[in-house]
Design a protein around this ligand. Structure first.
Ligand code: ADP
Ligand code: MN
Ligand code: MN
Ligand code: MN
Length: 337
């Protein structure tokens, strides 16, 4: 039985990489071979030594093509089979070898903005602005909601693919939406988030809608787009002290995290629009103006998780989850040592 396997990978575009994919006809879907591509066309190699290697790391049913067809997420390798410099997944895998015993889980809230041509969906095509923010978040009705057919198609596709989607909602700016992946392990959540992003761009094609993960797609009094990252370890799921230890640890390493939480983060983390300034750190219960929020139920129940509100929509989840695991799991390990 031959199937179509859509090989997906992350390219070398700077400062924010793009997703790429191409189709391989595969005879045995249980043996997905390594493959290659022209790295000189993706900012990953010079023309004279252009070959890069695709190594499958995660596959799932392809909800676009249906049947037995597959979507295949890949790591990029050099031809000597070592990780390509753009391969951020490998560093996460190495960090996880150190801290797997703490059983870290993540749930990532991916915000994004739909564009029709050069305008966000819902912004008047003739120019100018829609009514001020207020009615759009979780709204209903054609005056306030734009793009729901894309959202519904994407949600259905993620479920058919077997991704760990936990929900969707309309966001504060018109044309802006969110989906959540998780909770799951760092590698699972990150592989699935990149794949869900690919599905979103791909489904947008069918509707003539382009998707941007830009952190501040419209300047001025309009919310930016983030990727709030919810995090727990087994200890945090059992004790509030551990949640506080993790929040304090994030504060001690704040600059390093923010620098790696997505390009243009200073445009979004202004201290307005439900953010804390990028160059300050604080955490608080229920506080949507904090860098890190502890949900009220977590304080009440005395255990659970925290929400790092700083990552941008255009962040790399392999890097964000690696930094959080590195910072928090080291602190948690020494707190119990
Ligand atoms: P918000 O109230 O900030 O909009 P959401 O409901 O959009 O929150 O997202 C919360 C995310 O946190 C979900 O993806 C959920 O699966 C995840 N989550 C819940 N519990 C945990 C946990 N213990 N560890 C990590 N992530 C969790
Ligand atoms: Mn949310
Ligand atoms: Mn949101
Ligand atoms: Mn949130």
């Amino acid at each position: 039985m031959t199937i179509k396997a859509e090989y997906i990978w992350i390219d070398g575009t700077e400062p924010s990489p793009l997703l790429r994919s191409k189709t391989k006809i595969v005879n045995n879907p249980h043996e997905l071979p390594i493959w290659g591509f022209d790295g000189s066309s993706t900012n990953q190699a010079p023309g004279k030594a252009s070959d890069c290697v695709l190594k499958p790391v995660f596959s799932c049913p392809d909800p676009i093509r249906g049947g037995n067809h597959l979507l295949v997420m890949n790591e990029v390798l050099l031809t000597d089979m070592t990780p390509h410099p753009t391969n951020t997944r490998r560093a996460l895998a190495e960090t996880m070898e150190k801290y797997a015993d703490q059983e870290p889980w993540f749930g990532i809230e991916q915000e994004y903005t739909m564009f029709k041509g050069s305008r966000p969906l819902g912004f008047p095509e003739s120019g100018g602005y829609p009514g001020a923010q207020g009615p759009y978040y979780c709204g209903v009705g054609a005056d306030d909601i734009y793009g729901r057919p894309v959202v519904e198609a994407h949600m259905e596709a993620c479920l058919q693919a077997g991704l760990n989607l936990s929900g969707i909602n309309a966001e504060v700016m018109p044309g802006q939406w969110e989906f959540q992946i998780g909770p799951a392990s760092p590698l699972e959540v990150s592989d699935q988030l990149w794949l869900a992003r690919w599905l979103l761009h791909r489904i947008g094609e069918d509707f003539g809608i382009s998707i941007t993960l830009h952190p501040k797609p419209v300047r001025g009094d309009w919310n930016g787009a983030g990727a709030h990252t919810n995090f727990s370890t087994r200890a945090m799921r059992e004790s509030y002290d551990a949640v506080i230890t993790a929040a304090e640890a994030l504060g001690k390493n704040a600059d390093h995290h923010v620098l790696n939480y997505g390009d243009g983060i200073e445009q979004r983390l202004t201290g307005q629009h439900e953010t804390a300034p990028y160059n300050e750190f604080n955490y608080g219960v229920s506080d949507r103006g904090a860098s890190v929020r502890i949900p009220w139920q977590v304080e009440k129940e005395g255990r659970g998780y925290l929400e790092d509100r700083r990552p941008n929509a255009n962040c790399d989840p392999y890097t964000v989850t690696r930094l959080i695991v590195d910072t928090c799991c080291a602190a948690l390990a020494s707190a119990t040592a």
